[in-house]
Design a protein around this ligand. Structure first.
Ligand SMILES: Cc1ncc(COP(=O)(O)O)c(C=O)c1O
Length: 434
């Protein structure tokens, strides 16, 4: 009988002889076994040939989604027991919780005193759109986009708002010509492109003497990468990313220049109540004291507070940055020695330390058409999920086919390190089925 060598160095074994066919998905679906516990190493036999050996240990927390991201280590629903559930968010206790979330955000992130911080509806999308709808149109806008979310903001600017927009776009893996920012224009950009793993290296390209407002979607950067507050006028994010909070609530941080725009410019469009930040030409200051526009989930607020307290205990912002950096570095060590994939972003200076995007460089997979490549990645995902070794590691649907591994602060480095051999295993297992 012919043997099928896997032909891959690392933790794999070459084939020796067929013994039995065991499909891990069948083992799961028949309800008899469930995933094997860590250290339950097992050789997979398929079509009579050994194709791969499972790594001995699984990541303790196989959560690598780029949003909602892994809960913080040690998280438990019991941490939320003190949530004022069943109470009005406008009660004394409700308001105090919301104000506490704002104050702790300021302290942890080092948001300048003169910047307002508000909790708004509809997650990061809500916060970005609120800023675009209320502020843009006063002057031309430079739109920078190098992946799917930035492209979405371009759609809003051009198709929905009909703005005088200058588009500065780049392909996945690359970055726009940031030097094209005109200080007389407004600017919209995404600090960390979640779907390509490309981030801006800094904000030096934004003028200190600008006349326009700079709107920055920072949802997958904040708490993991240093933001240059003085260069930014609107900063948005949601709780579900780097701190592993719950989705649906957005954060809107405004510089004095952004407030001036809101108070001096009336956009030529109707604004739904959810977007209204001014009344009688004045900023509604209460929003930035915790009197939210509509009803927030006090359970989500409690969860956000829990993550903020965890982060402060850990050592604050620098500790969060360090965790993301170390996670991304651990993954990079493996990428460097792995022949079948590489970073989507070739320039290490632009590479994300949160949403790390990887492309498959194996020539046989590269020769497949895009649909087949996507199916291949799906197969890898399926194998990993069936073994409870990793969840949600497929690239974004609009990005080139590939993997995306979240490395933000709530992920443990050990889990990244333990994940890597599983990715090898999933690749070779999926490839053996082609
Ligand atoms: C850069 C970026 N912007 C916007 C969003 C949308 O975020 P949300 O679903 O929290 O509104 C995401 C989500 O992944 C993102 O990564």
């Amino acid at each position: 009988m012919a043997l099928k060598p896997v032909g891959f160095a690392g933790n794999l074994f070459l084939a020796v002889a067929p013994q039995k066919i065991l499909d891990p998905e069948i083992a799961l679906s028949n309800g008899c076994c469930g995933p094997r516990p860590p250290n339950g190493a097992l050789t997979i036999w398929k079509d009579g040939f050994m194709t791969e050996t499972m790594p001995a240990a699984r990541p303790a927390r196989p959560y690598f989604s780029s949003g909602p991201c892994a809960k913080r280590p040690g998280w438990s629903p019991e941490n939320l027991n003190a949530a004022p559930l069943g109470r009005s968010h406008r009660s004394k206790i409700g308001k105090a919780r919301l104000k506490d979330a704002i104050d702790r955000t300021r302290a942890l992130l080092g948001v300048p005193d003169e910047y307002r911080i508000g909790i708004v509806p509809a997650s990061d999308t809500g916060a970005v759109e609120m800023a675009m709808w209320t502020m843009l149109g006063e002057r031309p806008v430079d739109m920078f986009a190098w992946e799917s979310f930035g492209a979405g903001w371009i759609t809003d600017a051009v198709k929905q708002l009909g703005l005088d927009a200058r588009l500065h776009e780049a392909a996945y893996g690359e970055i726009s010509d940031l030097g094209a920012a005109n200080p007389a224009h407004d600017v919209v950009f995404t600090w960390n492109g979640t779907t390509s793993g490309v981030r801006v290296p800094n904000a030096d390209w934004i003028s200190d003497d600008r006349e326009g407002v700079v709107i920055c979607d920072a949802t997958s950067a904040v708490f993991a990468q240093p933001l240059d507050w003085q260069k930014l006028d609107v900063i948005t994010y949601s709780w579900q990313k780097v701190l592993g909070g719950e989705a649906a609530h957005g954060m809107l941080i405004l510089s004095p220049r952004a407030v001036k725009r809101l108070e001096s410019y009336t956009p030529p469009r109707p604004l739904p109540k959810l977007f209204r930040l001014t009344k009688g030409g004045k900023l509604i200051e209460d929003i930035f004291e915790g009197a939210t526009i509509n009803t927030p989930s006090m359970l989500c607020v409690e969860d956000y507070l829990d993550t903020l307290k965890w982060a402060a205990k850990l050592g604050g912002l620098s500790a969060l940055h360090q965790r993301a950096d170390e996670n991304a570095a651990a993954l990079a060590v493996w990428v460097k020695k792995t022949p079948w994939l590489d970073f989507l972003c070739a320039d290490a200076a632009l590479r994300s330390n949160t949403s790390v995007c990887l492309k498959i460089t194996d020539p046989e997979i590269g020769a497949l058409d895009e649909k087949a490549q996507r199916a291949f990645v799906k197969a890898m995902e399926k194998h990993l999920e069936a073994q409870e070794a990793a969840y949600d590691i497929g690239g974004y649907r609009d990005a080139p086919p590939g993997l995306r591994i979240w490395c933000g602060a709530t992920v443990e480095r050990e889990d990244i390190e333990t994940l890597c051999p599983w990715l090898d295993w999933a690749f070779h297992t999926a490839k053996s089925s082609i």
